[in-house]
Design a protein around this ligand. Structure first.
Ligand code: PLP
Length: 410
C-alpha cells in the first residue's frame, strides 16, 4: 500500500509504507488484509473515545448535513452550535462557560494564546504578553503551539518562533516560581500546561502540583491555561483533568474526545472573567475565528457523543477500567528491559531501558500487532490509550500480550 501523492504527517518518507486501516467496528479496526486488530490507541492518537463505527453518530451527522450542511458563525448562528456550546459548558469545571469552536487541538491552543493576550490588552495591561510552559509539553503544531511546546524535535527547522515563550522543567513548582520572578509577572500573560503530559511520554503531575500552579498564577495575576486536548472527556477517569486534579483553569482547550474524532473539531473555553472582558464596545472585540468554527456536522457528532457518554456511563467506566489498567501495567516493571511504567486513568506508557530504545519499541509494537493488538510507538516508549469503552477483560488482553512480548525480548 502507499501512494506517491499522499504526503503523510509525522511519517518518514523513506520508511515502510504505512499500514492501511480500512474499517472500524467498536474496539476493533480492520486492515487492508482483512485482519482484525484490537485498537488500544483509540484511532492511533487517543481520539476515538467511544470506539469505532457508532451508527448513531453517523446518523446524526447525516441528518444534520441534510438539514443544513453549513453556515458560518461570523455574525450568524445555528441551533446545534448553540446547543453544543451549552452542553459543553454544563460539563466543564467551574465557570469555564464560554465556548469558542475551532477545528483541531492546535487551533484551540492558538485561540487560547490569542484570547489570553487580547484579554490583557483590553485590560490596559498590554505588556502582559509572555507565556510559560513546561519541558516535554505538547500543544499542537501551529506556530503558537510549537513556540510553547517543550519537545525540541517539533521546534527545530521552523524558527524564528513566537517571541516571549519560555519553558521550565515539568512538575517542579519551585522552578516555575523562579521563572515567573525572573521574567517579571507584570509581563506574563499565562502559564500553559497539560494536566497529564500525554504526547511527551505520559507524565502525570505529582499530587498537589496543579493546585500549587493555580495558586502561583493567582498570586502573580497570571492566567492559567489547561490544555485538555487529550485529558478531557473522560480520558483520566473524570470528565476533565481539571476535575481530576481539583483545579479550575481560566482557559481550557479541548479536541479529540470532543467529537470522538468522528468529525474534526476543537474548542477553547474561557471563564466568566475573561468572557466579560470581551463583552461590549460595539465593534468585533475578538478579531478571530475560523471558517468552519462550529460546523453543524461536527456539532451534531459532538452532541451525540455527549449523549452517549451520559447514557452509557462512559466516564465512570473509564474510571474503574482505568484503575485496572494502571494496576496491571505495574506488573511490567519487573522486566529488565522496562525502565518505567507511567499513567493515569486510560492513559499509560511503558518506557524501555535499552541502548536502542526505538528499536525495542518497534519490535514490541510489531509483535503486538501480530497478536492482533494495536499500541502506539513513540521514541522511547509505547503508549496505551484505548477507547473509554474498553472493559477490564480488554485491558487484560493488552497487558497479557505486552507481558508475553516483553518477556520474549528480555
Ligand atoms: C495536549 C495537546 N494539545 C494540542 C494538540 C494538537 O491537537 P491537533 O493535532 O488536533 O491539532 C494535541 C494533539 O495530540 C495534544 O495532545
Amino acid at each position: 500500500m502507499g501512494n506517491e501523492s499522499l504526503w503523510y504527517p509525522f511519517t518518514p518518507s523513506s520508511g515502510p509504507n504505512p499500514h492501511q486501516i480500512v474499517k472500524g467496528e467498536g474496539k476493533y479496526v480492520f486492515d487492508y488484509l482483512g485482519d482484525r486488530l484490537l485498537d488500544a490507541t483509540a484511532g492511533g492518537v487517543a481520539c476515538v473515545i467511544l470506539g469505532h463505527g457508532r451508527k448513531e453518530i453517523a446518523k446524526a451527522v447525516q441528518e444534520q448535513l441534510e438539514e443544513l450542511e453549513y453556515y458560518c458563525l461570523f455574525g450568524y448562528s445555528h441551533p446545534l452550535a448553540e446547543k453544543f456550546a451549552h452542553e459543553i459548558a454544563q460539563r466543564t469545571p467551574g465557570d469555564l462557560n464560554h465556548v469558542f469552536f475551532t477545528n483541531s487541538g492546535s487551533e484551540a491552543v492558538e485561540t487560547a494564546l490569542k484570547a489570553a493576550r487580547a484579554f490583557w490588552y483590553r485590560n490596559n495591561q498590554a505588556q502582559k504578553t509572555k507565556f510559560i510552559s513546561l519541558h516535554n509539553g505538547y500543544h499542537g503544531m501551529n506556530f503558537g503551539g510549537i513556540s510553547i511546546g517543550g519537545l525540541t524535535e517539533n521546534r527545530t527547522t521552523f524558527g524564528p518562533l513566537l517571541s516571549g515563550c519560555t519553558q521550565v522543567p515539568a512538575h517542579d513548582i519551585g522552578l516555575l516560581q523562579e521563572e515567573i520572578e525572573f521574567q517579571n509577572p507584570e509581563t506574563i500573560a499565562a502559564v500553559i500546561m497539560e494536566p497529564v503530559q500525554a504526547a511527551g511520554g505520559v507524565y502525570p503531575p505529582p499530587e498537589g502540583y496543579l493546585t500549587e500552579v493555580r495558586e502561583l498564577c493567582d498570586r502573580n495575576n497570571i492566567l492559567l491555561i489547561l490544555d485538555e486536548v487529550v485529558c478531557g472527556w473522560g480520558r483520566l477517569g473524570h470528565w476533565f483533568g481539571g476535575h481530576r486534579y481539583g483545579v479550575v483553569a481560566d482557559i481550557m482547550t479541548t479536541a479529540k474526545g470532543l467529537t470522538s474524532a468522528y468529525i474534526p473539531m476543537g474548542a477553547t473555553i474561557v471563564n466568566e472573567r475573561i468572557h466579560q472582558n470581551f463583552i461590549g464596545g460595539g465593534n468585533i472585540e475578538f478579531m478571530h475565528g475560523y471558517t468552519y468554527s462550529g460546523h453543524p456536522a461536527a456539532c451534531a457528532a459532538g452532541l451525540t457523543v455527549v449523549n452517549i457518554l451520559e447514557k452509557e456511563n462512559i466516564v465512570s467506566n473509564a474510571n474503574s477500567v482505568g484503575r485496572h489498567l494502571q494496576e496491571r501495567m505495574r506488573e511490567l516493571v519487573e522486566s529488565p528491559i522496562v525502565k518505567e511504567v507511567r499513567g493515569e486513568g486510560m492513559l499509560a506508557a511503558v518506557e524501555f531501558d535499552s541502548e536502542d530504545c526505538f528499536g525495542t519499541v518497534t519490535q514490541v509494537v510489531i509483535a503486538m500487532q501480530k497478536q492482533g493488538i494495536l499500541i502506539r510507538a513513540q521514541e522511547d516508549h509505547v503508549g496505551i490509550y484505548p477507547p473509554l469503552t474498553f472493559t477490564k477483560e480488554d485491558i487484560d488482553t493488552v497487558v497479557d500480550g505486552l507481558t508475553d512480548v516483553i518477556g520474549k525480548l528480555s
